[in-house]
Design a binder for this molecule. Sequence first.
Ligand SMILES: *[C@@H]1O[C@H](CO)[C@@H](O)[C@H](O)[C@H]1NC(C)=O
Ligand SMILES: *[C@@H]1O[C@H](CO)[C@@H](O)[C@H](O)[C@H]1NC(C)=O
Ligand SMILES: [Zn+2]
Length: 436
Amino acid sequence: MSRLSTILLLATTAVYASVTPAHESHTENKLPSNRWYHEDDHPVHALFKRGPVGDGIIYPAIGTPDWSAGFPPAIADTTTLPKAWVDALNTATAAGKIPDIPQSTSTNGLDPVYPSGYDPSSAIVCSSTAKCVTPGDVWDAPPGVIALSFDDGPLPASDQLYQFLASHSEHVTHFFIGTNILLYPDQFKTAFETNQDDIAVHTWTHPYMTTKSNLEVVAELGWTIELIHNSTGGRIPKYWRPPYGDSDMRVRAVAKEVFGLTTVIWNQDTDDWTLSEPVPLTTPEKIQQQMTQWLTGPKTPGLVILEHELSDLSVKSFMDAYPMMVSNGWTRTSLAQLDAGSVYQNAWNSTSQVIPAKVGDLAVKPPARASTTSAKPTATTVKQPASSSLSSGKPASSNKPLGNQKSGATHFSAASLALSGVITVIIAAAVGIIMA
Ligand SMILES: *[C@@H]1O[C@H](CO)[C@@H](O)[C@H](O)[C@H]1NC(C)=O
Ligand SMILES: *[C@@H]1O[C@H](CO)[C@@H](O)[C@H](O)[C@H]1NC(C)=O
Ligand SMILES: [Zn+2]
């Protein structure tokens, strides 16, 4: 190689290294074209080719028709599942790794119930809606640590959250709904490409997962993983959070055995998702009181607060509490980075190199972990989280963004109804006092 071509190569490498993060497979529009000064067939072209990036595959640009065409737009279709996913489920089932417990049923969006003889709190069912904790699931953070995560995005309300997070240099985990990624590709790009945040799974259509068959669970998780995979240069998420916190031994086994996913719940809940409901279960003032109590209180265990990028009000409740997280000395970290391991199953984080891997391949192993590990954020005993509203809401119909929001008139849980009844009585009493 001549000196001149070596210098050219080094110079070009330096330029690319400085302008391209590791996920440039779908940022080609932002880069100078490979052929802005030479045609592809010119021999010098070889010197300026980018090396393999991401997992070496060029995916369609986020938001284009090619990008979304292969995905089911509304329901988590089970009839077009890639064979590898179904095979992985069948293999796990044949190996006895998926507990044979019945699906629950949910009527009008109320908490799921099991057939008689199946106690949701028993070790066999261990429903997280019943606050049964299984070792290996994430409920808590290590002492002194607050794990930051947001559910239900990407959505329009995400914009101001992302600006806020970027301006404070905070990285968080987004538990994204697959169909919302299809609807809000720009917000997705801001979270992943601009903010370099960690992307995790919140299912394709936001159902109570324990009401779903094994194959439907595979579809809800698989389509979401695949869309994240194809939108992040091939990254495979490592964490998922069940909508409404509803999982059990069967569902978490499918998530783990078929897709290698770890289940994440929470240990504090503000009900922030109801702020945009016709009958909210809370108020911004009450959330700030709760936040003050948690953030100025004992630091053991650390905090995993359920928060939503669902509405301007839910985002504001985080932004209003944020200064207290700083002033009270909490170590703030993205939830997916709690265990000091990798964020993805095949990549350290959203900017690091991707190890080529196929979704549904049970042989996929996470990259080697850093030697400096810290406390694992996994609960080991059955316990009651301090806050208990794990329910309410119902998935919206197709082509509407999904989330914890209520889409009809009758989807409150019994607890919610009871609480709103109490609130009504209190308001009535207060009005009575004022009038008197
Ligand atoms: C995801 O990307 C791979 C690789 O380009 C492609 O084969 C697959 O069809 C994509 N999935 C969907 C559902 O479009
Ligand atoms: C990704 O990991 C590398 C190596 O540990 C680190 O330097 C970088 O800050 C991380 N980036 C993000 C966005 O977490
Ligand atoms: Zn949700």
